[in-house]
Structures are given as structure tokens and as C-alpha cells.
Design a protein around this ligand. Structure first.
Ligand SMILES: [Zn+2]
Length: 195
């Protein structure tokens, strides 16, 4: 039943994306980014986990103890970090590896799908393990956007936009808060969550 609901939500998300919903308008124009190459291709393989998703459920008090105030605001209150913040600058400097959920450790993205969209937040063109990322329609702030959440702990990650003209294989931009991610370098790129 849960899987069916998730499938329905996924289909709705795909449908809404296909009919052309866009949002998250950082101060940029397509002309400034369309010709930008993706970041250098990684030279080492990145772990693609086949982990199964087991929901993580914690009380708000537990989340507050575990997370920094900024992480709590993003992951648990669907907040958005400041563009071009310190965590984003750290993200930009990171090399080959994987990105796990800062809340529960589920593998979400990899550096292979990372690209520079110049929007001030981490950008990926595809999840590394799609089963750990769920999307649904977000109509807050007077906009209709597709929200991205961690499938395992429900933490808010960011939004996904499609059809913006980026030179990536999917032309999708997963616009993710840097503080919601935990980087695992490729040298020991083992997800914190084992199958
Ligand atoms: Zn999570």
C-alpha cells in the first residue's frame, strides 16, 4: 500500500514536471549558465548503494539534539539555507564521493551527478539512489514546486526543477541545501547505512 502511494506520488511528480512547472529562481539567466560545463568528471567509481529503505522516526526533541539549528530548520522545518553559504562553499570544494542525508545517513546523491548551476545551492542532475529520494508538490510561498525529501527520515532536502536548459543528461536540477548533506569521500565512500 505504501509502495503504491509512493508510486502514485512519483507519477504525479513526473507529470507535473513534464507539464512545465519551474521555480527556485536564483539570480541568474539561462544565458549565463547554458554554456557552463559540468564539473570535472570523477576519476574513481562512486558507490551506488542498493540499500533498502527503513524509515527513521524520531521525536522533534531527538532531532534537535542530533542536528545543528540550521540543519534542523532545513530538514525538519523545510527551511532554506542562505545561498552561497559556508556549507555550499565546502560542497563546491569537495571531490569524488557520495552525499548522504545529514539526518539519517541514507545515500542520496553522488559527485558524478553534481554540476555547477551557479544558483548558490548544491545541484545534482539525478539522485544516486532514486529509491532514497521522494518528491511531492509544494505549494508554499505562493509557488508550485516539486519538493525533494529523504525517503528514509522524511527530511526536507530542497526542490527539483526540469527543463531549464542545463547541459546535463537529464536537464533536471535537484537544488539541495548543503547543510542537509553529509559528504563521504570516495576513498572510504561507504554509506553510513548498510543494506
Ligand atoms: Zn534522511
Amino acid at each position: 500500500m505504501l509502495a503504491t502511494m509512493k508510486l502514485i506520488r512519483l507519477r504525479w511528480s513526473i507529470f507535473l514536471v513534464v507539464i512545465g512547472l519551474v521555480g527556485c529562481r536564483p539570480e541568474q539567466t539561462s544565458s549565463t549558465v547554458a554554456g557552463e560545463p559540468a564539473l570535472a568528471a570523477p576519476s574513481a567509481p562512486v558507490v551506488k548503494s542498493t540499500e533498502t529503505t527503513t524509515n527513521v522516526v524520531k521525536s522533534e526533541a531527538e532531532w534537535r539534539r542530533q542536528l545543528t539549528p540550521e540543519q534542523y530548520h532545513v530538514l525538519r522545518e523545510a527551511g532554506t539555507e542562505r545561498a552561497f553559504g559556508r556549507a555550499y562553499e565546502e560542497f563546491r570544494a569537495q571531490g569524488v564521493g557520495t552525499y548522504a542525508c545529514a539526518g539519517c545517513g541514507a545515500l542520496l546523491f553522488s559527485s558524478q551527478e553534481k554540476f555547477d548551476s551557479h544558483c548558490g545551492w548544491p545541484s545534482f542532475y539525478d539522485p544516486a539512489n532514486a529509491s532514497n529520494v521522494v518528491t511531492h508538490v509544494d505549494t508554499t510561498l505562493g509557488m508550485t514546486r516539486i519538493e525533494v525529501r529523504c525517503a528514509r527520515c522524511g527530511g526536507h532536502l530542497g526542490h527539483v526543477f526540469k527543463g531549464e536548459g542545463f547541459p546535463t543528461p537529464t536537464d533536471q536540477r535537484f537544488c539541495i541545501n548543503a547543510v542537509a548533506l553529509k559528504f563521504i569521500p570516495a576513498t572510504n565512500a561507504v554509506p553510513t547505512v548498510k543494506p
